[in-house]
Write a protein that binds this ligand. Structure first.
Ligand SMILES: Nc1ncnc2c1ncn2[C@@H]1O[C@H](COP(=O)(O)OP(=O)(O)OP(=O)(O)O)[C@@H](O)[C@H]1O
Length: 577
């Protein structure tokens, strides 16, 4: 699909404003040419001492044309800018709509700074496409043709010279500028993306860089990138200026040509002398109108480059199948079934999850344990349809996840991921992320009590990314957020790993009471309290190597038993200090 298609579509939707802008631009252009031509004619006429009424008519005409030019230019600007900002807002919405379903995949591949540069910078630079690329040539050509028609009434050769001038200023000069532009070829944009990436990484990693003494080095690197960006920007600006200068030079050359040709035609008696100043003034004005064409190639290429990068970012959406319409009901607890599920991350040499077949009956409580990197989180992501199985099938309540609308799965689940995000605002704002469910302050406060967040009130401030919360507080807030939902599937990825044992047990008591009839999957590293689970799965290197109740696994004396012994030993050692 053409990268600019999305832009063209947005422009078609704004066709009324675009038509008004073109009409406004045309009237302003023509009024400008007539204004200066009339001034030229008036000056020439005064030499012949015309009757007073002729001068009055001409002066009034000049004044009216001046007013008309100003009013229509205002109209043109008004409509063109209105169209531009509406197009821009449509583009943003459409880009975000395409981006959101792809977010898990894109965030894994693109650095967040670069993504930010694309979302902000590239969408922003598309605003130039309409205002500087798409419609000015239409206005310029219309004004030129009208002027050529007008000039042809006085002299055929003069009209030919105007056509030649039009070809030179509207096509030849922009073409030359475009040739040079190709060399610059979006280097500014690329350099800006690098700069944006480095700034984001510096901000995100500020603390670690400081602790590891790398801050200075990173700052120097950032300064170098900034300098490189400035160099590219200067080169682009120089190129643009060269284009404008060349355009102005050609414009004056043509006006001199009009003067010389006019003088020649007057000498041969084929043009009345009184019209010469008028034609020269008309040529100066009409070519000034065409000055927008000088910068057109730069903006055109810039917009195309931005559109290509945006299309590339959301490219996968074109291949995405339509969202299935299957919906999960929250009336009953979920039955989960995994049949020969294998999942391999793109560009990874081995699968994260290998040929897993499991069944989780409705209302069951399952813990998944195992060494780091064994594939536990990947299972949760597959259940949430954040990732698609490479092989095998997952069914929720007997329906394959492929047939389910992913939003319905998310709605029916109470999820706590390893790293929850917190937004700048209050504790209340962060609890009420789900707009569909309303909770009174009493309910919210009671929930804070349940998750043992008694030191926080609903109005307490939360900084960006929850910077002012401890890890344990973040986990409890995330749990409270999940517990306020009405889903029947609980997917909890190490939700209490930063809590002390006593707080953890209290929180779990409330959690298990609330989830008593629901299906629950808990990923954890600590093995204490797992006696309450119906089943424990032990994973290693993407496979389930042991499964059974706590008592069964302890009896088996396998991997889980060994893990438990090590944990007991560590608790014992910690207790003896
Ligand atoms: N986005 C990703 N891209 C590529 N590989 C990934 C990605 N996320 C995880 N992996 C790999 O997949 C494997 C399983 O990861 P997963 O996060 O499921 O493990 P885990 O058992 O949950 O680990 P932990 O207990 O440390 O959270 C690991 O080898 C990991 O390196």
């Amino acid at each position: 699909m053409n990268d600019l298609a999305i832009l063209t579509k947005a422009m078609i939707q704004e066709r009324k404003d675009i038509a008004m802008a073109i009409i406004g631009g045309f009237i302003a252009g023509i009024a400008g040419v007539c204004l200066f031509a009339a001034s030229g004619y008036m000056i020439s006429q005064t030499v012949f001492a015309p009757p007073l009424y002729t001068l009055i008519v001409l002066t009034s005409l000049v004044k009216i044309l001046g007013l008309l030019r100003a009013a229509s230019r205002y109209g043109e600007r008004l409509y063109s800018h209105r169209a531009t900002f509406t197009i821009l807002s449509r583009l943003r919405t459409s880009f975000f709509a395409k981006l959101v379903p792809l977010t898990p995949g894109i965030l894994g591949k693109k650095r967040s700074g670069e993504l930010l540069a694309r979302i902000v910078g590239d969408v922003e630079s598309l605003q130039h496409y309409f205002i500087r690329v798409a419609y000015p040539p239409v206005v310029v050509v219309m004004v030129f043709l009208a002027t050529v028609l007008f000039t042809s009434a006085f002299s055929f050769w003069m009209a030919c010279l105007f056509v030649l001038g039009m070809l030179a200023t509207a096509f030849a000069v922009p073409g030359l500028v475009l040739l040079g532009q190709r060399r610059i070829h979006g280097r500014v944009r690329q350099q800006r993306a690098v700069f944006s990436t480095e700034v984001t990484e510096l901000l995100y990693g500020f603390r670690d860089l400081k602790v590891y003494g790398q801050l200075k080095k990173r700052e120097q690197q950032l300064q170098q990138t900034s300098a490189a960006l400035a160099v590219e920007q200067q080169a682009a600006a120089r190129h643009l200026l060269r284009g404008q200068s060349l355009h102005t030079f050609v414009t004056y050359l043509i006006s001199w040509g009009v003067l010389v040709l006019g003088a020649y035609l007057i000498m041969h008696g084929s043009l009345a002398g009184v019209f010469l100043a008028m034609l020269v003034m008309a040529s100066l004005t009409v070519f000034e109108e065409a000055s927008a064409m000088a910068t057109l190639p730069a903006y055109k290429q810039d917009s195309e480059h931005a559109a290509r990068r945006l299309a590339e970012t959301v490219h996968a959406t074109d291949k995405q199948p339509p969202q299935p319409s299957g919906v999960l009901s929250v009336e009953q607890a979920f039955a989960i079934e995994l049949c020969g599920v294998t999942f391999q991350y793109e560009d990874e040499w081995r699968p994260a999850v290998k040929n897993i077949s499991l069944e989780f009956p409705p209302g069951s409580k399952t813990a998944i344990v195992g060494p780091s990197g064994s594939g536990k989180t990947t299972i949760i992501e597959l259940l949430l349809k954040l990732r698609t199985t490479t092989e095998g099938r997952i069914r929720l309540n007997g329906i394959s996840v492929e047939e389910l609308d992913e939003a319905s799965i998310w709605q029916a689940s109470n999820v706590v991921l390893q790293h929850s995000h917190f937004f700048r605002g209050t504790i209340r704002d962060n609890l009420l992320l789900n707009e569909e469910q309303h909770h009174s302050d009493e309910v919210l406060s009671a929930m804070l009590d349940k998750v043992q967040l008694t030191n926080k009130s609903l109005d307490d401030e939360v900084y960006e990314k929850g910077e002012n919360l401890s890890d344990g507080e973040k986990q409890r807030l995330a749990l409270a957020r999940a517990m306020l939902r009405k889903g029947r599937l609980w997917l909890l990825d190490e939700p209490t790993s930063s809590l002390d044992y006593v707080t953890e047990q209290r929180v779990f008591r409330h959690l298990l009471t609330q989830a008593v009839d629901d299906t629950l999957l808990l990923i954890c590293h600590r093995l204490t309290g797992l006696e309450k689970m119906d089943r424990i799965l032990v994973m290693d290197q993407g496979r389930v190597i042991e499964a059974g109740s706590y008592a069964e696994l302890m009896e088996q004396k396998g991997y889980f038993y060994e893990m438990k012994q090590i944990e007991l030993q560590m608790i014992g050692e910690a207790g003896s200090y």
